[in-house]
Design a binder for this molecule. Structure first.
Ligand SMILES: [Zn+2]
Length: 98
């Protein structure tokens, strides 16, 4: 039963490199197109999730992507994409230090 195993082992896919892994190994960005998005490193916030590897190449690539209106349109972020890019970049600079 696929559904049952997905619930026990929630697999997610990185939006940048497409590699799949367990939910806990990704940075989650939570939100909805209507309410905006925010970094959710603990994976507890409601809403949909965007998943990224905790790797510089994927985080940087995503940040660059959503700074452009075309990239941000993928998640209907609009002009909020640039602000989210700043938040994700500053989160990552803290995370990379620790
Ligand atoms: Zn990745």
């Amino acid at each position: 039963m696929t559904l049952r195993s997905e619930r026990r082992y929630p697999l997610r896919t990185c939006v940048q490199c497409g590699s799949g892994s367990f939910k806990e190994s990704f940075l989650r960005i939570a939100g909805r197109p209507e309410t905006g998005w925010e970094p959710d490193p603990d994976g507890r916030k409601p809403g949909r999730g965007i998943y990224l590897c905790r790797k510089t190449e994927c985080v940087d690539g995503f940040v660059r992507r959503i700074r452009s209106p075309k990239g941000a349109a993928r998640w209907k972020m609009g002009s909020a994409g640039a602000a989210l890019a700043d938040r994700v970049a500053s989160w990552w600079s803290q995370e990379a230090k620790s």
